[in-house]
Design a protein around this ligand. Sequence first.
Ligand code: AMP
Length: 291
Amino acid sequence: MSEVKIIKDIKTIHNEIALLKKSGAITGFVPTMGFLHKGHTSLIEKSVKECDATVVSIFINPIQFGQAEDFNNYPRDTKRDYNIIRQTGAQYIFMPGESSMYGDNFKTTVSVKKLGKIMCGRYRPGHFDGVCTVVLKLFNIIGPDIAYFGQKDFQQLFIIKKMVEDLNININIKECPTVREEDGLAISSRNIYLSDIERENAPLLFKTLKAAAAMIKRKNTSIKKIKKTSLELLSGNCCIKSIDYFDFRNRSTLEEIKSLKNYFSREGRPGILIAAAIRMKSTRLIDNVVI
Ligand code: AMP
């Protein structure tokens, strides 16, 4: 097991990584909100494999949570996170305090246009502005060569890649596949909120997404019908209170795909993203598949 340095101060991590980079080291960065699981460690391990030094940040970013959301109850366990990170071979944990990230005089945020208002953005107004603001701050503080993000949060990953392109940020963004439990449920820190019966029923989300993908591949039906079948499957479940969205989108633009007819007739057609968010009593779950 390697030694991990925990750094809380912005200037200290900035200077330490700048020095490393001066010596020619390739630096990888994995931003997280802590309460780490196998999804996070897959990102960290990829960075450790590909880079000379890896920084993992743990920061529960208050400005990406809505007022009625779970910022205060978001699961936290720094000791456990520290032990998990030690086993991955990462060298640094950056854990800034809230007041050092957002002092009293904090006045500037990133504003995500249309992409931040569709899908999850429709139900979590301002969420992606908060995500981009903190990610840009962390990028500037750490200055990594490569940053690793999970496909589980497909829209977040998409928006961050767009921010990097639009704002000319010199960091390579790498996407990592969704890590799942054996029964298919995408692993998430928030799964700890699920009651036993909710946990039993939660894999239905991925099953429904996969079934929708299989129907598309068979080419013998319409998006409208697939969506209707999928919504019926989900809304008939005892634990699902509501469905925020179940969308079919072009994976390269996030534009909605309304008809498969046009889609299959197009040359070099792009991949389809099927993404959904559902609410159980205890928590909200998101997941997606890409065809
Ligand atoms: P979070 O701590 O939830 O903000 O997630 C930090 C990073 O881990 C983000 O890039 C997520 O997309 C990624 N991540 C979370 N869960 C998973 C998972 N099950 N598989 C792969 N990546 C994940």
